[in-house]
Each structure stands twice: as structure tokens, then as C-alpha cells.
Write a protein that binds this ligand. Structure first.
Ligand SMILES: *Cc1c(COP(=O)(O)O)cnc(C)c1O
Length: 383
């Protein structure tokens, strides 16, 4: 099969599987216990922490492992706002639901929320964020890159505004890790969220970077693991896998990313050339190297996905979290696309394992699929 849904999840790299394997078998110690078996688990945990910290220019103590990217977002947002009663936070309209729904939940608890809009490319305007700041603003949370259209946000500018006003800055960098250089000091952020399974690591393990000197309120209470910020016996195999996924990305360097970008560009150019009345959604340049997202007029994304599936090609329409609902993506609507156009969306997301032959096959198969669906569509203008 041709797997082009790497923004939803990725395959576990063989190197990652190999690193995890002992910790799913003989090395089952609880890192909090005292004997040698437990000590090896504790050491493996700290190796994973060091890999991630090094990769983003942080200190190991600044990394808190959690159960998912969603949990990292929840810890950053709830953990910051709940340090005090009330106060104001700012987010954007194109966030992942792990951020957007968390902010809206806090709004129901009585906190104030401003949702900044985006332009037609899905970009947040730092001036709009600056203008939304109030006396009592305590948190700005804007994603590093968008999971549906791939647009990369001007986080350096927004974080500088936050810092100048003494406001905590969080960014969801789940899609960016391993694809775009991320350095916590260059970005100037206070918190940053990650998830292993978007980077050829296992599902069910995430991390939150928290700048030294700041301590959010925990959202899970119990034992003293993870500097008392996240109770629960650590997911040792998961964290080992996460650490290996990150060290592997570091070892491989730019080359696979640039190859992925070239294939992504070939895919975009080929689709736009072969299929009329198609737009590339998201920013033309400031975008992740692996996401190609399109809007095809007159047809529905669901139909495209089913036709692709019959050819053993996996893609997505909108985000995995909202498929199954009939609403078009909140991201595309926020970018100003009308409902009927937002419905015709297709996201193809590549990985380092994507081959040129796979992209050539998609470029062969997709144009006739779109034409057939348009021929059946009552919206398609007959000639
Ligand atoms: C996938 C994703 C998440 C959620 O991560 P999980 O580990 O699946 O909970 C959060 N934010 C973005 C941008 C994502 O792409």
C-alpha cells in the first residue's frame, strides 16, 4: 500500500522497535524501585530525556514525559491557567483540537479566551496577538505548524511579544519535530508539546518542554514521577522508543527531510498541473516539508479517500479527529474557504520512507479519480 497519512500517524522505525524491544520483555523494572533491574529502566528513561532535550536545545530537567501530544497540550494550558483563578489566554482558530477544546473548556470554567484569526494561508498575524493582550493575559498558545495544511507560524515574533509582556508562551510543535529545526532558545518559548508517534516512534507517549523556573499545576495527581508534574509509572518502552526516534532523526540529519520536500514539491506541481480548478491550501512557502494539501472544487473529500483506498492509497481529508463528522475542517473554514470548497479537501502527508515511485503512482491515479467524481457531481458545470 502507499501510505500518505503521516500527519495522522507514522510507522514505527525499525531502529525504534529494536530499541524498545528489551523494555517490553526482560527489562520490565519500575524505574522508581531500588534494585538493578529498576535502575536500568531509570537509566533508559533518562537517556530518552537527554535525546529529546539535546535535539531541541533544552536541559533534560526541562522535559516532562506524558501520555500523548494531547496531554502535553492539556498540561501546558490547564497547568498554566489554573495557577491562579481567572485571567485571559490567547490562542488561534487553526489549533489542533487538543489546544482549542482545552481553551474552550477553561473558558467554561470562567477563564477568558481570545481566538486570533488567520489569513487565507493559515497564518496568524503577530500584531493581532499583540492587540489582543490585556492586563490579565497569562498565556499565549499558538501552534508551531498546522497538521492539516502544514503552515508554519511566526513563533519567534509571537514569543518575543509574549516575553516582553511577561506572558507565558506555549507552542504545539507535534508536527514540526524532526522536520523543521526547533530550538527552545531561538524560538523563545516557555513550553512546547511533542508526540512520539508523529516521528516514527510509538503511540501513547508525548512530552512537554517546560522552561526552567516555571512550574505549571499538574493535571494528574498521584505519585511523584516526572518532577511531581505527571503521576503514573513511566511508559518506559514508549519513552525509550521516543528517545530513539529523536536520536535517529538527529543521526539522519537534513538529507531525508530534503528528499521528502523534493517529493512533496513534485506531488504538488504534478497535481496542480494535471487537475484544473484545484488549489493548494496552506502557505505556499512557510509550510512543513511533508504536507501537500489540496482543495478540489465540486467534490467531497470522503469520495476521494474511498476511491484512493480502492487503489491502496491512504490519505486524509481534514484531520483524523474530525473524520466521521460531516462538518468541514475548522482550519479551512477559518482560512476563509466557503463550506462547499472546504468539503473537497485532500491531505497527502509524506514520510522519510515515501518513494518517488509512490508519488508517480499517485500522480497517475489521482487525476482520473477526481475527473470521475466530478462527472458524477451535480455541482460540476457541464460543458
Ligand atoms: C497529532 C497531534 C496532536 C495530538 O497528539 P497525540 O499524541 O495523538 O495526542 C496534537 N497536536 C498536533 C498538531 C497534532 O498533529
Amino acid at each position: 500500500m502507499i501510505y500518505l497519512d503521516n500527519a495522522a500517524t507514522t510507522r514505527v522505525a525499525p531502529e525504534v522497535f529494536e530499541a524498545m524491544s528489551p523494555f517490553l520483555q526482560d527489562e520490565y523494572g519500575n524505574p522508581s524501585s531500588v534494585y538493578a533491574l529498576a535502575g536500568r529502566s531509570a537509566a533508559a528513561l533518562e537517556d530518552g530525556r537527554r535525546s529529546l532535550a539535546e535535539f531541541i536545545g533544552a536541559e533534560p530537567e526541562e522535559i516532562i514525559f506524558v501520555g500523548s501530544g494531547s496531554e502535553a497540550d492539556n498540561l501546558a494550558i490547564k497547568g498554566t491557567m489554573r495557577k491562579k483563578d481567572g485571567g485571559h489566554m490567547i490562542t488561534s482558530a487553526i489549533e489542533h483540537h487538543a489546544v482549542l477544546h482545552t481553551c474552550k473548556y477553561l473558558q467554561e470554567e470562567g477563564y477568558d479566551l481570545t481566538v486570533a484569526g488567520v489569513d487565507q494561508h493559515g497564518l496568524v498575524d503577530p500584531r493581532e496577538v499583540a492587540d489582543a493582550i490585556r492586563e490579565d493575559t497569562r498565556l499565549i498558545t499558538i501552534m508551531h505548524s498546522n497538521n492539516e495544511v502544514g503552515t508554519i507560524q511566526p513563533i519567534v515574533e509571537i514569543a518575543a511579544i509574549a516575553r516582553e509582556r511577561g506572558i507565558k508562551m506555549h507552542t504545539d510543535a507535534v508536527q514540526s519535530l524532526g522536520k523543521v529545526p526547533l530550538n527552545v532558545d531561538a524560538l523563545g518559548v516557555d513550553m512546547m508539546s511533542f508526540s512520539a508517534h508523529k516521528l516514527h516512534g510509538p503511540k501513547g507517549v508525548g512530552a512537554l518542554y517546560i522552561r526552567k523556573g516555571f512550574r505549571p499545576e499538574p493535571i494528574i495527581h498521584g505519585g511523584g514521577q516526572e518532577r511531581r508534574l505527571r503521576a503514573g509509572t513511566e511508559n518506559v518502552p514508549g519513552i525509550v522508543g521516543f528517545g530513539r526516534a529523536v536520536s535517529l532523526a538527529a543521526e539522519l540529519g537534513h538529507e531525508p527531510v530534503e528528499r521528502m520536500r523534493a517529493l512533496r514539491d513534485k506531488l504538488i506541481a504534478g497535481v496542480l498541473e494535471a487537475i484544473p480548478e484545484t488549489v493548494l491550501s496552506g502557505h505556499p512557502v512557510e509550510r512543513l516539508p511533508n504536507i501537500a494539501s489540496f482543495l478540489f472544487r465540486y467534490i467531497e473529500g470522503e469520495g476521494i479517500l474511498l476511491s484512493l483506498d480502492m487503489k491502496d492509497i491512504a490519505g486524509s481529508s481534514g484531520s483524523a479527529c474530525t473524520s466521521g463528522s460531516l462538518d468541514p475542517s475548522h482550519v479551512l473554514l477559518s482560512m476563509g474557504y466557503p463550506h462547499e470548497i472546504a468539503h473537497g479537501s485532500l491531505r497527502l502527508s509524506l514520510s522519510r520512507y515515501t518513494t518517488e515511485q509512490e508519488i508517480d503512482t499517485v500522480l497517475e491515479v489521482l487525476p482520473p479519480i477526481i475527473q470521475r467524481l466530478r462527472d458524477m457531481s451535480p455541482l460540476y458545470p457541464r460543458r
